[in-house]
Design a protein around this ligand. Structure first.
Ligand SMILES: [Zn+2]
Length: 420
């Protein structure tokens, strides 16, 4: 498969702009120059619009797609109670269509790769292949007395990795849910499995003060030292949240070269209280990407909004306008997330062809003083006209194959999830 994108304005990794054509062969950008005259199977005239790397959503639960708007504005205990009642009704079919809705939204808002953890992940994996989205899927591991999975979660994780390894767009991993749902023995086994299989770990960490307090009560350690004591920390760990961590714990995480997924909207909506200490993490040299979390705690998967909220939350929290600027927010949502997942991102020859075209005539992108400022502070996902993933055009002129059916199915199937 070959694609020629003509008349593009390109955002380079150093934030300079270049003008020219882009040639994509199979899954990679093979050539960039001022004019390319080689034939291609598909030609897109960008008409001077902006080509940027695709956005990377570093923490979400796509299978929850049909739960949007079903559970808001409650305190933690009644919120969880209601969520579990709804989730008890989920079937593989509902997770499949929930994932369809979530991935459709990702494609329409310029996300090209995502990191996920949820039940019935085989359904989400199928959707990645059907819609053409790059998924990193961490099989949820919780203690056996807490799971609804048939069989042992660790055995199921092993099976999932075996079944999906080697698929082009699906990257299977291990997802120990959190310290409060997975005991240290299971955490160590999950880590062992991920290391043995040469894959990644995705886990919620230090999200709330309650999590710190219960970990201290149960294990006489805070979450990060506990993980350190069982040799859990390593460069294949990607932790979501890390909002309640100390300066010393940040040093420990940086030394172990773990990766962090920041979820500003979810943290604000669920009132986690703590704000992820971005400045200290940056100074320690940690890789920090950006995630939306699920549509129950966000309630959308638009990474453009997430960039803006990331910047605004830090500014409001630190009383410092410069603490997280537009370029840093854009990097978190693209290059840093890609780095956490081991993806080679950027509009350069040899890099993965995971990219988007942004309409520079959309009112949210006008005028053109600073296009990165527009992307972060003004735009939302509706400015994206084309989404290319792994060298395949997944959205063309804002149209995605099968879109109408996904919407129809999602509306009708979600009725089964209503609870009084
Ligand atoms: Zn989460």
């Amino acid at each position: 498969m070959s694609i020629l994108i003509k008349n593009a304005r390109m955002l380079k990794p150093d934030f300079t702009l270049a003008v020219g054509d882009i040639y994509i062969e199979d899954s990679r950008i093979s050539e960039i120059s001022s004019k390319i005259s080689i034939e291609a199977e598909e030609v897109i005239d960008a008409g001077g619009n902006l080509v940027t790397p695709g956005l990377v959503n570093l923490h979400t639960h796509s299978g929850m797609g049909l739960l949007r708007g079903a559970n808001d504005d409650l305190e933690l205990a009644p919120w969880l109670e209601k969520l579990w009642k709804i989730e008890a009704k989920l079937t593989p079919e509902l997770v499949y269509w929930g994932s369809m809705l979530s991935l459709l939204e990702m494609v329409k808002t310029g996300t090209t790769a995502f990191l996920d953890m949820y039940q019935d992940l085989d359904q989400t994996a199928k959707v990645c292949e059907e819609l053409g989205v790059r998924g990193f899927l961490a099989w949820p591991v919780v203690d056996e007395d807490k799971t609804t999975q048939k069989g042992k979660p660790l055995d199921n994780a092993k099976r999932f990795i075996k079944d999906w390894r080697g698929h082009e767009l699906v990257n299977p991993g291990v997802g120990p849910h959190a310290i409060y749902s997975c005991n240290p023995d299971n955490l160590a086994k999950a880590k062992e499995l991920a290391d043995k299989e040469g894959t990644f770990i995705h886990m919620h960490l230090a999200e709330t003060r309650w999590e710190n307090e219960t970990t201290l009560e149960n294990y006489k350690e805070r979450p990060v030292p506990l993980l350190e004591s069982i040799n859990f920390l390593g460069e294949n760990d990607i932790f979501a949240h890390a909002t309640w961590v100390t300066k010393n714990e940040i040093k420990t995480l940086a030394k172990a070269r773990v990766k962090i997924a920041h979820n500003p909207t979810s943290n604000m909506k669920l009132a986690t209280g703590g704000v992820m200490p971005w400045k200290e993490m940056k100074e320690a040299g940690l890789t920090v990407g950006l995630g939306t979390d699920s549509v129950v705690s966000n309630n959308n998967l638009d990474m453009f909004e997430e960039m803006k909220f990331a910047a605004l939350l830090q500014k409001a929290h630190r009383w410092d306008q410069a603490v997280l600027d537009a370029r840093e927010a854009f990097s978190m949502a693209t290059y840093e997330g890609a780095k956490a997942l081991g993806l080679d991102y950027g509009i350069e020859e040899g890099k993965l062809a995971d990219l988007i075209i942004v309409d520079l005539r959309n009112h949210l992108m006008v005028p053109h003083h600073d296009l990165v400022s527009n992307l972060v502070y003004s735009a939302n996902g509706s400015v994206v006209t084309h989404t290319v993933i792994n060298g395949r055009v997944v959205m063309r002129d804002r149209k995605v194959n099968g879109e109408d059916e996904i919407i129809k199915k999602a509306v009708s199937l979600a009725k089964d999830l209503v609870i009084e």
